[in-house]
Design a protein around this ligand. Structure first.
Ligand code: CO
Ligand code: CO
Ligand code: CO
Length: 320
């Protein structure tokens, strides 16, 4: 998208130039549309769970903008001659389960024949135009809450290498198929300044995006970041997806890393995530109440992971 000329329109509230989660277009003074699309190749072998994860991931971009999903459409690539239609059916059923859980409605979709399975959704949601959350509003002093543990990229790599235990696969499915709906609902009761979800750029990459868009320096407390059990072990074994190395390299100049932090931990902070949690930036005085509400309401992994420490026109993160 970077090379395309920027689109301007008086109703366009969020376009693609800010690297935000979804586009937002104002329809009336009270309603704006949120539009997003996401799809990818399987990260787990079970088609039903893959469908759930892909759908939860696509729906997440609506939640990350503070909105509510209304409708969804399937986007499918499938080798229909080589593979049983039953597999596709399971993927779509998994997706439908999450669409229904989100209170949205599946209205259609499109499939093409392709040697490699890919599945995801195009999702449309709504939000009040004045309540749109972007990654640009973080203020100095804000506390950052992360709502899911990281490590899905490393674990997916371990699955491909046949090194992941059933228990770890189960954990990955549990984390990645959980909707960000509850966290998004709860944050409506607090003065959230910025929000995004953690996906392909990894936790550090998405925090850097927030830092750049907000023109701030953000500190990440590596010790505090919740990690899916075993992910650190797999990362130490070098089971790092290629995209995660690329993330680290891409961010290098704008990231300061404490030399005492183990390499595997740093690699995890840049690990490309699938259907990760929300990063919520809010005033320090509200942080503990928000955290406890999240935990009480079943967002069990919610954790405070850092703070916005100062102004910085080019955006910067510091990992301590
Ligand atoms: Co996103
Ligand atoms: Co996305
Ligand atoms: Co956003």
């Amino acid at each position: 998208m970077m090379e395309l000329p920027v689109q301007k329109h008086s109703n366009l509230l969020v376009g693609y130039e800010t690297g935000d989660d979804a586009g937002v277009y104002k329809i009336t003074e009270d309603i704006a549309l949120i539009q997003t699309l996401d799809f990818f190749t399987p990260i787990v072998d079970d088609p039903y769970y893959f469908g759930q994860i892909a759908a939860a991931n696509a729906l997440s971009d609506v939640y990350a903008m503070g909105g509510r999903p209304l409708t969804a459409m399937n986007i499918v690539c499938f080798p229909s001659k080589e593979m049983s239609k039953n597999i596709l059916k399971k993927i779509l059923h998994g997706g439908l389960k999450k669409i229904q859980e989100a209170g949205a409605i599946l209205v259609g979709g499109h499939s093409v024949d392709d040697p490699e399975i890919k599945y995801g959704l195009s999702v449309t949601g709504i939000i009040h135009p004045k309540r749109v959350l972007t990654n640009a509003g973080a203020r100095v002093g804000d506390i950052l809450i992360l709502t899911k543990p990281i490590g899905t990229g490393v674990i997916a790599t371990a699955i491909k290498a046949n090194l992941a235990s059933d228990e770890v696969v189960k954990k990955l499915v549990e984390v990645a198929s959980t909707l960000n709906a509850k966290a998004a609902e709860i944050m409506q009761n607090f003065s959230i300044h910025a929000c995004t979800d953690v996906t392909g750029f990894g936790l550090a990459g998405h925090l850097l995006e927030m830092a750049r868009a907000s023109k701030k320096e953000i500190e990440i407390w590596a010790e505090s970041v919740p990690i899916i059990p075993q992910a650190l072990e797999y990362a130490s074994m070098g089971l790092i997806p290629a995209g995660s190395y690329a993330n680290k390299h891409f961010c290098e100049n704008l990231v300061e890393i404490n030399k005492n932090i183990p390499i595997a931990k740093i690699d995890l902070l840049f690990d490309a995530q699938t259907s990760g949690g929300l990063i919520i930036a809010l005033p320090e005085r509200q942080a503990n109440e928000c955290l406890h509400t999240l935990r009480d309401e079943g967002v069990n992994y919610a954790t405070i992971i850092g703070q916005v420490i100062k102004e910085n026109p080019s955006g910067r993160i510091k990992i301590t």
